[in-house]
Design a protein around this ligand. Sequence first.
Ligand SMILES: Cc1cc2nc3c(=O)[nH]c(=O)nc-3n(C[C@H](O)[C@H](O)[C@H](O)COP(=O)(O)OP(=O)(O)OC[C@H]3O[C@@H](n4cnc5c(N)ncnc54)[C@H](O)[C@@H]3O)c2cc1C
Length: 399
Amino acid sequence: MKTETARCVVVGGGPAGMMAGLLLARQGVEVVVLEKHGDFLRDFRGDTVHPSTLRVIDELGYLEEFLRIPHTKVTDITVHTAAGPVTFADFSRIGGPFPYIAFMPQWDVLDFLARKAGELPGFRLYQKAEGISVIREGDRVRGVRADTPDGPLEIRADLVLAADGRHSTMRRAVGLPVSASAAPMDVLWFRLAREPEETMSFLHTGRGFVLITIDRGSYWQIAYVIPQGQYDAVQAEGLDRLRADVASVHPPFGDRVRREIGDWDDVKLLSVRVDRLRTWYRPGLLCIGDAAHAMSPAGGVGINLAVQDAVAAARMLGPTLRAGGTPTPRELARVQRRRELPVRAVQTAQVHMLADLYPKDRRSTVERPLAARLVRRFPFLTRWTARFIGVGLRPEHVS
Ligand SMILES: Cc1cc2nc3c(=O)[nH]c(=O)nc-3n(C[C@H](O)[C@H](O)[C@H](O)COP(=O)(O)OP(=O)(O)OC[C@H]3O[C@@H](n4cnc5c(N)ncnc54)[C@H](O)[C@@H]3O)c2cc1C
């Protein structure tokens, strides 16, 4: 078995892992990121870059270059309910230099971070390298064992950052207990061709479904959101029901959905999970991002929280690592304490306040969700919801 050393090994090259790798390398910490896939192109996992993430990119001095990546700017979240359109969040009212969410393919964002990190000495990204287990000495984690195309690899390090997402192998390997909440939905993803100049609003509710459309230039990335655990029922109803639902939202989709969704293989199920670790760390290992707290897509905040965790972890632990020390469990606990409040607040909103935005079964229609009634009655709230979604509690800074 090949053995290497680093000060920190990051398992997972998603938003949390790539940002943590970049920020540690910028501090002069020798860091290895292991990513099990060969590239960043894979299942749809969200395209949103929030104001607080844009500010981090700005603090790093990369903003101008970053914004050259093709993107669209969304200044509000308006939901089309049976009772008419309701604006839930108005980013134009939050002030500051980024009064919008940038929609940018996640693989472009990750490619960008990888490129920037790759320019720094001490940064290594190993793709097709899957973290399999941890190396232990007594009760302490001392590194990671990985499978790579060149065979097994052992990387010894003072800190393992587990950023390997909601099915985290690392958190399982060290036996961190998870508490899960019921997520109200599952999501079926597919694409439909987009006509030049075709526009659509972002979110529509219908009978037994919610439809989210994301402009990807030549195509629409579409989420057909269904009540959780109902995929078998949806399949039993047949593809024609799904096609009719899609066409009911936007009649020009009628022909396209018949042509382009030929069978269930053209539709991908992503089941949604909301969970959180009670303790995010063991001596020598810290979980961040979805590995510490799997987020539902509601509000599109998971990427932002993952990035914010990475910024906090790198800022709080980087100096110890750079000085050649090993972060103590107390230092790891401080990162958890700092990040837990924003995570809890968002998960509570996702599970409770936003739950009635999604139909409970395939017959019901979302008429007047509580959140819609509130923002209709008190329109000033759209500024606070925008701030909560776009910036969140405890926005993190690079230094
Ligand atoms: C259907 C769906 C839609 C979503 N839409 C949005 C959205 O629009 N906006 C938003 O902000 N959030 C969205 N989310 C949530 C968002 O995807 C996550 O919160 C966010 O990606 C978390 O980032 P992460 O880096 O922690 O984990 P991930 O993005 O899951 O990244 C983990 C990385 O680790 C790699 N990996 C996994 N295991 C290993 C291993 N053993 N060894 C090496 N590498 C490994 C994976 O390949 C992956 O690259 C959505 C989630 C779902 C399920």
